[in-house]
Design a protein around this ligand. Structure first.
Ligand code: NAD
Ligand code: WQD
Length: 339
């Protein structure tokens, strides 16, 4: 079965490509290399022994995308990762985010809406904002977005829902990821942040390796067990397995409705201080950090209710926080050795 992975050379996409190939799917990747490197293609090949087909296409260009679907008319499933994902950048350049994350999704749907196709969409826990009840379920109300990036994920879900209502052959699942961390066990693929990382775990590993002087912990006056904010950190390899489970549900026509939503997290929340302690234990490195003011726009607490994914997709996360952080650390050391 031929599966298209947009953004398949990115952080999460590359792990999903590996998982798909290991499950016997034939993979075609589209990526414009805006946030990754072509080396990832070799690294995927070296893990699985199979080189996926790759086309360098920018999906914002409607004609290029249309020509791609003319060339490849036997695609049965699509996993759509290609998007811009930096929350801060989206505040300063909203139109870039609406173009890349919303326009391009519309173009993709225009090409596939009349076909019998299974679509997995990368959504985010950011759609919940600060949930009233924790762990947060898929039925929790969607809060006004804190950033243009968050808004593109809310709009993206709505666009797919509305299209599925009138196109019964199109089947879609939106996966709302919590905080993906970690790297493939081979340490051949992982997260490659360009410039100064905005996310906690790459900032931690870059501080530990000496690339950054000190980690700033954003606030220790939150109403949590140690005053620092709580998130649900999910290993990217577990996240990759959830994609394949969701895709197989659609391909095997098991879905009850043609648009469904699943949370993908571990179900356990960890504070920033707990992450630091777990990292120090996993790496043996003592981390240089200091407490600073809260970061604007941060929620206090977010962790997933995962029953729906566990019961319906038959998916269970397997990595502990410490194992996930150990894999991030192994990856960081290898990346720096190469530079
Ligand atoms: P990433 O930046 O590593 O991967 C995205 C890939 O898409 C990159 O390789 C980039 O070059 C490519 N791309 C971007 N715009 C493109 C375009 N116009 N045409 C073709 N290719 C394009 O990001 P990621 O962390 O792997 O995230 C993948 C998806 O998951 C995104 O949609 C993101 O919003 C979503 N998501 C990520 C997180 C996270 O914390 N990493 C959390 C929730 C949701
Ligand atoms: C985690 C915790 C920070 C960096 C972001 C996006 C969200 C989703 C996941 C895509 C928070 C604290 C961080 C640092 C710190 N992505 N922190 N020092 O904010 O939960 O979510 O990624 O959809 O949309 O907003 O992740 O890794 O940035 O932060 O203290 O240098 O670590 O305040 O409590 P976040 P994060």
């Amino acid at each position: 079965m031929k599966i298209l992975v947009t953004g398949g050379l990115g952080y999460i996409g590359s792990h999903v490509v590996v998982e798909l190939q290991e499950k016997g799917y034939e993979v075609i990747i589209i990526d414009n290399l805006s946030n990754t490197s072509i080396d990832v293609l070799d690294n995927i090949t070296s893990i699985t022994g199979i080189r996926p087909t790759f086309e360098k296409i920018d999906i914002r260009y409607k004609e290029e995308l249309h020509a791609f679907f003319k060339r490849h008319n036997s695609i049965e499933g699509i996993i759509h990762f290609a998007a811009s994902k930096a929350v801060g950048e989206s505040v300063n350049s909203p139109l870039l985010y609406y173009e890349n994350n919303v326009n391009a999704l519309v173009y993709l749907l225009q090409n596939i809406q009349n076909n019998d196709i299974s679509l997995i969409f990368s959504s985010s826990c950011t759609v919940y904002g600060q949930a009233e009840q924790l762990p947060v379920t898929e039925n929790a109300p969607i809060k006004p977005a804190e950033s243009p990036y968050g808004n593109t994920k809310q709009i993206g879900e709505e666009i797919i829902r509305d299209t599925c209502k009138v196109k019964p052959n199109l089947k879609a699942i939106a996966l709302r990821y919590f905080n993906p961390i970690g790297a493939h066990q081979s340490a051949k693929i992982g997260e490659l942040p360009i410039g100064v990382p905005q996310n906690l775990v790459p900032y931690i590993t870059q501080t530990a390796i000496g690339l950054r002087k000190q980690l700033s912990v954003y606030g220790n006056d939150y109403p949590t067990r140690d005053g620092t904010a709580i998130r649900d950190y999910i290993h990217v390899a577990d996240l990759a397995k959830a994609h394949v489970a969701a895709l197989s549900r659609l391909l095997n026509r098991k879905a009850k409705e043609n648009f469904e939503i699943f949370n993908v997290g571990t179900g356990t929340g960890s504070t920033v201080m707990e992450v630091i302690t777990a990292f120090e234990k996993a790496s043996g490195v003592s981390l240089n950090y200091r407490i600073v003011d809260r970061r604007a726009g941060d929620v206090v607490e977010a962790y997933a209710q995962t029953d729906k994914a566990r019961n319906i997709l038959g998916w269970t996360p397997t990595y502990s926080l410490e194992e996930s952080l150990a894999s991030s650390w192994k990856w960081e050391k290898i990346v720096r050795e190469k530079k």
